[in-house]
Design a protein around this ligand. Structure first.
Ligand code: GAP
Length: 508
């Protein structure tokens, strides 16, 4: 079995070979942490977007959409705190010249100790079988207690240091824990420094007074500054949400993880405006809803967990990440944050505009509180792709690579394949293609043996192959081949559309 590292490399190269994801500017050897989506990638990405949009906007009467510009007034970023505080603490290793996020180095160290605890627990579970009481074991086993005490001690020192922005203490913690650079293996560290992640550019020509503006690092601020416009124009009443899908940009320090950490990426965000005091109820509601959305992709629950934030941002009173089991380990795919009235209050202060909601029932005005759900589109793409990627050994001894992408998200829904390139089969196949192409994203192919064509369709995750053979000309039937079971059935050409519709409707 491939290790996770090997598997990750295989997924990256499969994504390139089969037209899902290319490095940006590939003929110039790429641009670090920037990627282009190819012919099948863009279809999958659009299908994920549509599925999210439908479940958030179309299925909730009280959520409406928005498409705000990427460029925003520079004061937005002063108000939001990004200019002053959208920083990562970074540290360089003087020997390897590699740069790391200081907080990630410490968190990885904590994770290693947690892995040791998990190992002890699993060993004991195996030993004691059904009578195993995990809670009691964790509370009484001396080795587990020792590991846990270490973790608690690190956290007690580390999170307050981050909170105080005490970078000297963060460095001291890295040194005291004996953390080494994974490349050079040494502890020869520079001081920890803060690094702002926003990209900036100039607006206006050089002759005019060109002003510095920023590429938005999150789509959320476009929603906050449009709160009044949307509320008034769409006649929204609290509680209500505004959803948006769009590009965001971050000058990431550690950017070597394919679609996981990009410098240009896409977010699908929803800000839900609620009455102050009700935010924690809605926070719980959205936690559940969003986890259900992930599970609806047909990926097992064991691949997800919540990771509640220990260190809350100064504006949040609750925050959790939904983490997915990527080939690089469990990592954040979506953040759910209770952001209080921080953003709207800040924009009220900096813009001078009163940003309030007037409650007609109680006759009072207030600044709404916000619960945000923020999911990375590219990370979701990576989750779907990496879960779908399978290498299978078949009964006849051959092998195939198949992407078992949920049919509804699959880039191509049906392949139309004439068995041979003669005897009137291509003409018949074209006729079927012409009938289906306005309903489903189809793909016509007549080159190569039918076996090879099936393999290619498996490799891009096409759920159905329709084969047109000599019998089709006699009785208007085709074979329909299921990607996952590889079983074939004969169906009438007049049934194709209904069968596809029924099977492509559900996500699983
Ligand atoms: N408005 C809140 C916000 O932006 P975040 O946790 O910084 O919160 C939300 O980002 C989501 O955006 C993450 O859960 C992740 O899926 C995605 N994301 C963040 N940075 C990313 C990056 N560099 N590359 C790809 N996706 C990223």
């Amino acid at each position: 079995m491939a290790t996770n590292d090997e598997l990750f490399k295989k997924i990256v190269s499969h994504a390139k070979e089969y037209g899902f994801v290319f490095p940006s500017s590939d003929i110039y050897d790429g641009l670090s942490a920037v990627y282009d989506y190819g012919p099948f990638g863009v279809e999958l990405k659009n299908n994920i977007k549509n599925y999210w949009w439908e479940s958030m906007v179309q299925h909730h009467e009280n959520i409406v959409g928005l498409d705000a510009a990427i460029f925003m007034h520079p004061t937005v970023w002063k108000a939001s705190g990004h200019l002053d505080a959208f920083n990562d603490p970074m540290i360089d290793n003087k020997d390897s010249k590699k740069r790391y996020r200081a907080d990630v180095l410490v968190e990885d160290h904590i994770q290693k100790i947690e892995d040791k605890i998990t190992k002890e627990v699993e060993k004991a579970r195996h030993r004691f079988g059904e009578s195993f009481d995990e809670k009691m074991f964790r509370e009484t086993n001396p080795r587990v207690k020792e590991h846990q005490a270490k973790i608690d001690e690190i956290k007690k020192r580390f999170y307050p240091a981050l909170e105080r922005n005490d970078l000297a203490e963060v460095k001291a913690i890295i040194e005291d824990l004996g953390i080494v650079c994974p490349i050079s293996g040494t502890r020869n560290w520079t001081d920890v420094r803060q690094f702002n992640l926003m990209f900036s550019t100039q607006m206006g020509s050089v002759n005019e007074e060109a002003g510095e503006i920023y590429l938005r690092p999150e789509t959320a601020q476009g929603i906050f500054v449009n709160f009044l416009n949307v509320m008034k124009s769409a006649r929204m009443k609290i509680p209500f949400g505004i959803a948006q899908i769009g590009k965001a940009f971050r000058n990431e320090i550690v950017a070597r993880q394919f679609l996981f950490r990009m410098r240009e990426f896409e977010q699908m965000e929803m800000q839900f405006f609620v009455k102050p005091g009700e935010e924690l109820k809605w926070f719980e509601y959205w936690k559940k809803e969003r986890m259900n959305w992930h599970l609806s992709l047909g990926i097992p629950a064991s691949k997800y967990h919540f990771h509640d934030h220990e260190k809350l941002a100064h504006y949040a009173n609750a925050a959790t990440d939904i983490e997915f089991d990527f080939p690089i380990g469990f990592k954040e795919i979506e953040g759910i944050h209770s952001r209080t009235d921080f953003d709207l209050s800040a924009h009220q202060k900096f813009s001078g505009h009163k940003i309030q909601y007037y409650d007609q029932e109680t006759n009072e005005g207030y600044i709404p509180y916000v619960v945000e759900t923020s999911i990375g589109l590219d990370r979701t793409f990576l989750a779907v792709l990496s879960h779908a990627y399978k290498e299978e050994k078949l009964e006849d001894g051959t092998e195939r690579i198949v992407l078992s992408i949920p049919p509804r998200l699959a880039p191509i829904k049906a392949a139309i394949l004439p068995l041979v390139k003669k005897d009137g089969l291509p003409e018949k196949a074209r006729e079927i293609m012409d009938n289906l192409m306005y309903e489903f994203r189809c793909f016509y192919e007549e080159k190569d043996t039918i076996g090879r064509r099936y393999r290619r369709m498996d490799a891009i995750g096409t759920p159905y192959c329709l084969t047109i053979d000599h019998q089709t000309l006699k009785d208007n039937t085709v074979t329909i081949r299921d990607r996952d079971t590889m079983k074939q059935e004969r169906i009438k050409t007049t049934e194709i559309s209904d069968i596809l519709k029924a099977n492509l409707k559900t996500i699983r």
